[in-house]
Ligand binder design. Structure first.
Ligand code: FEO
Length: 402
């Protein structure tokens, strides 16, 4: 094994032993422009414990960092908080190398690890409220089902007051300084928001419940150690507050216009709708899909409460980029959205009807049945687009004042 890197101490008895992925740019369809980290943690208790592992190709980096503190074979326990393969990918190999006394996961985690790697019989299941002794320390578990997989759980190390929060409060950001207060807040907020928008938005209600549970439990927390990005040492209250805000998604006066175009007609309509939004007084952003990524649209949806979508009709259908982004955003189940649609057409003109169907299936409150322009918009068409933007903006303003 090559010596790729050393562990970083995060508290008296706990070390970060994860991997930094500077190159990943596509994380199952989510554009990770700033790379990511796969965090794993080593607890140097009487029973030496590894919390989570890393993505399979980073196995040697994990072993190298562990080896800078202790011989990997000396590890007694492994805790798998989440079975998605960016955290469990090298778990079977690590089990083979380390031969730990026990591997802990939630009940659903045991099933998921069996389905992924056929290692279910090696796993000791734990559930909410269970606590295990590491000799001189204790670690307890809270299942966080569907945050964001059925197997997800978090672990709390009482003596060091560390919450190992797996994907929760994480972000895709490759860092060379591990703590939140050693990194730029604006970049961390942007990436945490993108992470929430793309991964956690569908489970917003569960996030609110988890935040309430954490409040009720009133655990003393010095560090929150997620599976991606920086460890929260100074700004956890701030990020927890933002999680509450993002999960509630209360109406704010901000709209997005998401569209693609063939010969600039739908683009002309989009720009004019933007002018109508401006006239109404709401903030807005145009997102042309020839230069926008679906995962950035997800972030913009989280920041907005109106979505106006536009597509030309092509072969009796909508533009493929629009089908892509709408399928993606629909899966994220945004709440509290109003919307409308528009598009140019030559003869059959189905796009607006199809866009409306998408929006309705997303429970978007429709402000109008949309607007179509034949071939190239006339002055009257553009006036109608302006009015459509203004109408959506006015409705949104009224909603955000309620
Ligand atoms: Fe970072 Fe859900 O895996």
């Amino acid at each position: 094994m090559n010596s790729i890197g050393k562990a970083i101490r995060i508290s008296d008895k706990v070390w970060w032993v994860g991997a930094v992925d500077w190159t990943v740019r596509d994380f199952h369809g989510y554009q990770t422009s700033r790379g990511t980290t796969y965090n794993a943690y080593l607890i140097m208790a009487d029973k030496i414990t590894l919390v989570d592992t890393v993505k399979a190709p980073f196995r040697d980096e994990l072993l190298s960092r562990i080896s800078s503190v202790v011989k990997p074979e000396d590890i007694d326990y492994i805790i798998s908080n989440h079975s998605e393969m960016d955290h469990s990918g090298c778990l079977p190999e690590i089990i083979d190398i380390i031969k730990p006394e026990k591997v802990f996961a939630s009940v659903m985690g045991q099933k998921a690890l069996e389905s992924h790697f056929r290692i279910g019989s090696n796993i000791t299941p734990v559930k909410t409220g269970d606590s295990i002794s590491l000799g001189n320390m204790n670690i307890s578990f809270i299942e966080t089902k569907m945050l964001h997989w059925p197997d997800s759980m978090v672990s709390y190390l009482k003596e060091e007051q560390i919450l190992f929060s797996q994907d929760g409060f994480g972000m895709h950001l490759a860092v060379n300084r591990l703590f939140d207060d050693e990194n730029n807040w604006e970049i961390m907020e942007e990436e945490a928001e993108k992470y929430f928008g793309n991964i956690l938005m569908p489970y917003s209600n569960l996030i609110l419940k988890l935040l309430d549970s954490l409040k009720e439990l009133n655990l003393p927390i010095k560090l929150v150690a997620p599976d991606h990005g920086p460890v929260w040492r100074s700004h956890f209250a701030k990020i927890a507050g933002l999680y509450g805000k993002w999960a509630e998604h209360k109406p704010v006066p901000r709209a997005i216009v998401v569209y693609d175009t063939m010969w600039n007609s739908t683009a002309m309509m989009a720009k004019t709708i933007g002018e109508g939004l401006r006239e109404s007084g709401v903030e807005f952003k145009l997102l042309p899909m020839n230069v926008s990524h679906r995962s950035d649209v997800a972030t913009e949806v989280l920041r907005s409460n109106a979505i106006i979508v536009g597509s030309p009709t092509i072969n009796n259908n909508i533009f493929p980029t629009m089908a892509d982004v709408l399928t993606y955003v629909k899966g994220l189940s945004p709440t509290n959205m109003i919307g409308a649609s528009f598009g140019s057409y030559g003869w059959s003109g189905e796009a607006v009807k199809l866009l409306n169907e998408y929006l309705k299936s997303m429970n978007v409150e429709m402000v109008s049945e949309g607007y179509r322009a034949k071939y190239v918009p006339t002055e009257a068409d553009l006036k109608a687009c302006f009015e459509l933007g203004k109408l959506v903006g006015e409705k949104l303003l009224a909603k955000s004042k309620q």
